[in-house]
Design a protein around this ligand. Structure first.
Ligand code: PLP
Length: 391
């Protein structure tokens, strides 16, 4: 047996594991601390009742001979694929055939699994800093990766690659920086991909957090994107499904990749849980939509609170307007981990060190707006009291 040697090129620890170690160490020395957790990007609001009811009904169906179900279709039930098209894409003037939509257990696995479709001999471009899954999946496959720096200097929007690349991962609204692309900015990427015969893998996991009217929710809002883009969606950050598990991938026929992805899913994926698919369907009901909007509104208020609070303290902070993340520059020339340690040891606030998302994240930390309001307010008080940058 020979292991996949590319695994040895992966970073040794997962970022959140390192953070956890420092937090556990701190807690073991200060057992009575009330930590304010503003680090991990996981939802905290309960699911709307109508979604839980749908799951209970679906579970109950499985207890009766007449309504019992076995394996679900590998690409998901057509009623869910059609509901997604009718409620998300058609209102934006984007028609799809249900066979172009593939239901999954979430975007995290899709973003890793899509790598299966591509030869090792592809040049891949990935934003830096970035959600770690894109880099890790391509390191595992042994591909050459070009990093696209996202810095203050370019407003955290990457420049087009200087050398031609074959596959480009874009994530907007962005995790971790909270940056978004306007229609004109996204059009540049679609045009680049068309010119260079490249493919864009567009991660739209945070589209529901967009509040500005001029920011595209889908890359297919840009003309010509169907030939050059695959889009990944998740109910995790839009509807609070991080434990329920459901997402979907759009693979337009025009990419030529639809049959390959179907083939891949039929071999390596045996379908998304029925209960999760009914839950996803319920998110599109009027009550489901209202419940989701209320939760998103709660997070959005927390995000504004954190963004404005940090700025009032005198810190440099970005994002937070169309995304649940605030990207905060470390003061005093500290690096990410130093700022993280100061926040942990002196404010009992847990953040995420920006450098954990890539070298260009150095000098920043990420605050998550999935915290509750009282914790966010308290955290800002503590940070202000400790740093005291501005009276
Ligand atoms: C959370 C997240 C996802 C989605 O994860 P799921 O597997 O669907 O829960 C995808 N992309 C980014 C950038 C994320 O932050």
């Amino acid at each position: 047996m020979k292991i996949n040697s590319h695994y040895s090129a992966l970073p040794a620890h997962y970022l959140f594991h390192d953070i956890d170690l420092r937090v556990q160490t701190y807690l073991s020395q200060h057992p009575d601390t009330r930590l304010l957790r503003m680090g991990i990007g996981d939802v905290t609001r309960p699911l709307p009742r109508v979604i839980v009811d749908a799951m209970q009904r679906a579970a109950e169906e499985l207890a009766h001979e007449e309504t019992f179900r076995g394996y679900c279709p590998e690409n998901g039930y057509e009623w869910l694929r059609q509901t997604i098209i009718d409620h998300f894409f058609l209102p934006r003037g984007i028609p799809f055939h249900p066979d172009e939509v593939f239901i999954s257990e979430g975007a995290g696995s899709d973003l890793g699994n899509l790598s299966d479709l591509f030869d090792r001999d592809n040049k891949v471009a990935i934003m830096d800093p970035t959600y770690p899954a894109y880099v890790d999946a391509n390191i595992m496959a042994g591909r050459e990766i070009t990093l696209l720096p996202c810095l203050r200097e370019n407003n955290f929007v990457p420049d087009l690659p200087a050398q031609p690349v074959d596959i480009i991962y874009l994530c907007f609204p962005n995790n971790p920086t909270g940056a978004v692309l306007t229609r004109d900015q996204l059009r540049l990427w679609v045009e680049y991909a068309r010119r260079n015969h490249s493919l864009i893998i567009f991660d739209a996991a945070y589209e529901a957090h967009i509040s500005s009217p001029d920011i595209p929710h889908s890359i297919y809002e840009i003309e010509g994107a169907r030939e050059v883009a695959i889009e990944v969606h998740s109910f995790s950050k839009s509807a609070g499904f991080t434990s329920v598990r459901c997402g979907y991938v759009v693979v337009p026929f025009e990419t030529g990749l639809q049959p390959l992805w179907m083939r891949r899913q039929c071999t390596k994926y045996n379908g998304t849980a029925y209960v999760s698919q009914r839950a996803a369907e319920a998110t599109f009901t009027p009550e489901g939509q209202k419940g989701i909007r209320d939760n998103l509104c709660y997070y959005k208020n927390t995000a504004s609170l954190i963004l404005n609070g940090l700025r009032e303290i005198g810190l440099e902070a970005y994002g937070g307007e169309n995304a649940p993340y605030i990207w905060c520059r470390a003061p005093h020339g500290w690096n990410s981990w130093t700022f993280f340690d100061h926040l942990l040891n002196h404010c009992q606030v847990v953040s995420t060190p920006g450098v954990g998302f890539g070298r260009c994240g150095e000098g920043f930390v990420r605050f998550s707006a999935f915290a509750n309001h009282p914790s966010a307010i308290e955290a800002l008080h503590r940070i202000h009291a400790y740093l005291g940058l501005r009276p």
